[in-house]
Design a protein around this ligand. Structure first.
Ligand code: NAG
Ligand code: NAG
Ligand code: NAG
Ligand code: NAG
Length: 299
């Protein structure tokens, strides 16, 4: 063992005692936990490698893979995409300007649910090589809930819908703060194209209900909590009768109003007719005047 190597080993041991990484190690860094990407947005998959003064771009090889599929490749100082998997075409890029600082992060554009999986960042430079993997999952926020009412024979049906979310949500309904989820029905479907969820949840309420409802949608991985309060005061049957009675009054007024309108129209028409006939008369008078003038001149 030559003295230099011995000194390096001793130095490394010394650093290990203090739990610091030994400088001869080539250690790349990727996220420790699963990364969440947002549907249709860009996602940056982080990966960095150690660089020192001897670092050389020309001998740096960066390979991003998902399983065995090539996501992106870089060597000879440029992107090498001939073996890139079809699924990632036109959606990947590296931050080449930041590479000298050890940045091998990958930008993946227009993320879809099919981009989930385990990604591996492999780096090889003139000072060492290593690869590390981490998980990627995709999520999407649910839209603002929409509320719809429809009349039933003995009450109303209250329907709440929300869509464009991922993964499947958990729903909860409260009535005056007590859980009534068991009294509701829920339908969760997946959009065949995007794979995103469409949620409908409904509840029947009888006439005369006066209550305070809360609809809650949890999208746990995103920490999205949609909470909507609904203040309800449904008319009783008798009340409806009362309003029908009021409408009786309307029926009495309608013929009166129609009659008045008819009278107004008729009086307006008669004025118009008399005016018009008068005007026609004057026109005729003018004509006879001209005619008589003409006759006079001819004479
Ligand atoms: C690499 O650079 C990009 C763009 O500036 C940045 O968003 C990302 O955080 C960097 N990654 C690392 C690991 O430094
Ligand atoms: C990628 O982009 C090129 C150039 O813009 C285009 O010709 C090609 O069709 C695109 N490929 C895919 C799979 O979108
Ligand atoms: C809903 O019903 C299930 C079984 O029918 C029961 O186990 C659960 O406790 C009920 N939940 C509530 C909040 O009433
Ligand atoms: C609500 O009423 C409709 C029509 O009467 C019925 O088909 C549906 O099952 C009811 N839903 C609930 C949650 O009771």
């Amino acid at each position: 063992m030559n003295p230099l190597k011995l000194r390096v080993t001793v130095f490394c041991l010394f650093l290990l005692l203090f739990k610091a990484p030994c400088y001869t190690e080539f250690e790349i860094t990727v996220p420790r936990d699963t990364v969440t990407g947002f549907y249709s947005e860009a996602l940056i998959l982080r990966c960095s490698f150690p660089v020192d003064s001897s670092w050389d771009l020309q001998s740096t090889v960066i390979t991003w893979q998902r399983g065995l599929d090539v996501v992106h490749r870089f060597y000879y100082s440029q992107d090498q995409l001939d073996r890139q998997n079809q699924h990632f075409v036109n959606r990947t890029s590296l931050f080449i300007q930041e590479m000298a600082r050890g940045n091998a992060s990958l930008r993946l554009d227009k993320v879809t649910l099919q981009d989930a999986g385990v990604y591996t960042c492999s780096i090889s430079t003139n000072t060492g090589s290593q690869k590390k993997s981490f998980g990627v999952k995709i999520a999407a926020f649910y839209s603002e809930p929409r509320l719809q009412f429809s009349l039933l024979t003995d009450g109303v049906n209250l329907l709440v819908t929300s869509d464009g979310g991922y993964p499947s949500p958990t729903l909860q309904w409260l009535m005056q703060n007590s859980d009534i989820t068991n009294r509701t029905q829920t339908h969760i479907a997946q959009d065949t194209q995007t794979g995103l969820y469409v949620v409908s949840s409904w509840l029947n309420l009888t006439k005369g209900t006066k209550t305070f409802l809360t609809f809650i949608l949890h999208n746990n991985p995103l920490g999205q909590d949609l909470r909507r309060d609904i203040q309800l005061d449904l008319d009783k049957g008798e009340r409806q009768g009362e309003s029908a009675y009021r409408c009786h009054g309307c029926f009495i007024y309608i013929p009166v109003i129609l009659l008045l309108l008819l009278l107004i129209v008729m009086s307006l028409l008669s004025v118009f007719i008399t005016r018009r006939s008068r005007r026609e008369q004057t026109k005729q008078n003018g004509f006879t005047e001209i005619k008589s003038k003409f006759l006079m001149e001819n004479v």
